[in-house]
Design a protein around this ligand. Structure first.
Ligand code: PLP
Length: 425
């Protein structure tokens, strides 16, 4: 069979490939610790599981409306409005007090945030259109843009700026052909979180380019570790950052900027916040009715609707008690502090303290390339990590700390032993 040109140029996901190798080594009897996958290790909350079971018993087993069950769409809009309101109230720097208010009509529910992003890109990007993506970036954006025959314009961000895009970099990357910018905060793979002021500076630039759509991937927005970064690690490179990180980090969103309302797309879902990766429910929000209608047409031809039982479970997650989210955030924060403390003792690791999500992204160029170090750690330390080359940053590696504290402690001990012999410590 002759494969289409389209699929022949699509790269396989390196994080999935690394996870598969770790799994195979485990099956071969090797004690491998996997820090390669981006999913919470916790169980889905009980009330959510119960809602899924009830949905089966109540026969949510038929086709549903293409954009999602109306009560779920309402719940998503209400959830976003509420979290925006909360972050608005606590964001010290914020000068205005208005946010974009969403209704259920502004929501399109898809099979995971991944599909929502794919839909948005397919709906907006024509062949040859440019899409600006700050690097490092999540693995799939680039491949999805390629599937639309768009042109990725990667913008390299710097360690010194905590891998955040600056207004000058953004302005330099925009051209009359720019159709979209994709921003992810909290960020996978870096763990960076844009502050309100940083977003505001980008918005000022975007106001000069009214034809550019903003795709804001906020899938990790429930996992922001406000104000906890007050300890100094044993690593001089962290000193300066720790001083600046005393300021309040809030869950800022592009939806805090009503001037973008007509061209903003917010991406989110239940995968990361509620440990529901396998339920495959994500969504996009947009005030642009033409865009939502076009995306809905596209989805109607692709999948009809997301799984009904999973939609009911997602509704229960959003409308039920949010204590489970706070609990998971606490657990991840403890792990984050542990991994930072241990990583600071590893020779050759230079890293920023992550402010959100559940990844550490050390620069390992003092030891070798990200590919070399990932290979070394898998073969000699039996720890699976993902090379930064998967995210457009070949000097780094990504470690997921969505594993237990005992596994983190053991993995970091092994990494330290292997790398110490490399850099002569
Ligand atoms: N966006 C980012 C930045 C991610 O890391 C992921 C998953 O790893 C997704 C989107 C997709 O999430 P979902 O499980 O909802 O498809």
């Amino acid at each position: 069979m002759q494969l289409s040109e389209r699929v022949q140029h699509i790269a396989a996901s390196q994080s999935l490939a690394m996870a598969a190798r770790a799994k195979q080594m485990k099956a071969d009897g090797i004690d491998v610790i996997s820090m390669s996958l981006g999913e919470p290790d916790m169980d889905t909350p009980e009330h959510v599981r119960r809602a899924a079971q009830e949905a089966i018993d109540n026969h949510w087993s038929h086709y549903g409306p293409v954009p999602g069950i109306p009560s779920l769409r309402e719940a998503i809009a209400a959830h976003h409005n509420k979290s925006l309101q909360q972050s608005n109230n606590t964001t010290l720097q914020q000068s205005n007090n208005t946010t974009i208010a969403f209704t259920g009509d502004d929501v399109l529910v898809s099979v995971g945030a991944k599909m929502a992003i794919f839909n948005a890109i397919q709906t907006l990007v024509n062949p040859g259109d440019e899409v600006v993506i700050p690097m490092p970036a999540w693995v799939s954006y680039t491949e999805m843009v390629k599937l639309s025959e768009g042109r990725v314009v990667p913008v390299e961000t710097s360690y010194d700026n905590d891998y955040c895009l600056t207004p000058d970099q953004l302005r330099a990357a925009l051209t009359p052909r720019t159709r979209m910018i994709i921003l992810c905060s909290p960020n996978n793979p870096t763990g960076s979180v844009y502050s309100y002021d940083q977003l505001s500076a980008l918005v000022n630039v975007l106001c000069d380019y009214p034809n550019v759509a903003i795709l804001s991937d906020e899938i990790y927005n429930a996992l922001v570790y406000n104000n906890t970064s007050i300890q100094q690690y044993n690593n001089p490179s962290l000193q300066q950052y720790n001083n600046t990180s005393l300021q309040q980090y809030n869950n800022t969103s592009f939806a805090s900027f009503p001037e973008l309302a007509d061209r903003l797309i917010i991406i989110n879902g239940v995968s990361k916040a509620y440990a529901m990766t396998g339920y495959r429910i994500g969504w996009l929000l947009s005030k642009n009715k033409d865009f939502i209608a076009a995306c809905t047409r596209l989805q109607g031809q692709q999948l009809t609707c997301a799984t009904m039982v999973a939609q009911k479970a997602a509704e229960a997650a959003l409308t039920g008690s949010q204590d489970c989210v706070a609990q998971m955030r606490r657990v991840f924060d403890e792990r984050r502090q542990l991994i930072c403390r241990l990583a600071a003792q590893i020779p050759g690791f230079k890293f920023r303290e992550p402010q959100g999500a559940f990844y550490l992204f050390p620069d390992v160029s003092a030891i070798g390339t990200g590919d070399e170090v990932a290979e070394l750690l898998l073969n000699e330390a039996h720890v699976a990590v993902v090379s930064g080359s998967a995210f457009g940053c070949p000097s780094c590696i990504r470690l997921s700390y969505a594993i237990s504290t005992s596994e983190i402690t053991e993995a970091m001990k092994r990494i330290r032993q292997v790398l110490a012999s490399r850099v002569g410590v």
